[in-house]
Design a protein around this ligand. Structure first.
Ligand SMILES: CC(C)(COP(=O)(O)OP(=O)(O)OC[C@H]1O[C@@H](n2cnc3c(N)ncnc32)[C@H](O)[C@@H]1OP(=O)(O)O)[C@@H](O)C(=O)NCCC(=O)NCCS
Length: 151
């Protein structure tokens, strides 16, 4: 029985970090991982998570700038725990720096195991810097230094 899904359901002894889960915050993105998102090992492909981190950071950065923004940097990213098919994955964002042309966003990624279980674990986090750019692709000043809600 080597199916990754079956091995996942047997992980009932996994440590639960629910006490540290940022339940008072609204995630920028929540998504249930599907079989199409897996790598050759049957766990979720790191690139899928990176793509969502990039999107989550962009959503946060657009609170400071409604025009074009581009990712200029992602810091070292450590995948602390695997993500499995059926996990409900939440991407929480927090602005850590507002510069002249850029916003730096910390993205914290949590997996709720097997969509509907009570086990929540932090799987990775990253710091992403997004730069406001004009039509010509060159950097430009942010529209504002205080965020607006874009709900
Ligand atoms: C974004 C881009 C226009 C910036 O050009 P630039 O004129 O060289 O910009 P600078 O080096 O002056 O930096 C601009 C801002 O980004 C920040 N920045 C640049 N490199 C950074 C890095 N490695 N880490 C963190 N912040 C960085 C700078 O601190 C500056 O912020 P501030 O104005 O708020 O202080 C250019 O790098 C670019 O086009 N990159 C490609 C973006 C892209 O296509 N992303 C998608 C990935 S495929």
């Amino acid at each position: 029985m080597n199916s990754p899904i079956q091995s996942h359901t047997s992980r009932s002894d996994e440590e639960d970090f629910s006490a540290e889960y940022p339940r008072h915050k609204h995630p920028a993105i929540r998504v249930v991982m599907m079989p199409r998102d897996t790598n050759a090992l049957g766990t979720i492909f790191g690139g899928v998570i990176l793509s969502e981190i990039d999107l989550a950071a962009a959503i946060e950065a657009h609170r400071y700038h409604s025009g074009r923004i581009a990712t200029v940097a992602m810091d070292t990213i450590e995948f602390k725990r695997p993500v499995f098919v059926g996990d409900l994955v939440s991407f929480f964002t927090e602005t850590t720096r507002v510069g002249t042309t850029s916003v730096t966003v910390k993205v914290s990624v949590w997996a709720q195991r097997r969509f509907g279980s009570h086990v929540r674990v932090p799987v990775t986090e990253a710091s992403v810097t997004m730069v406001a750019v004009g039509e010509d692709g060159q950097k430009m000043p942010l529209e504002r230094r205080e965020p607006v809600d874009i709900d």
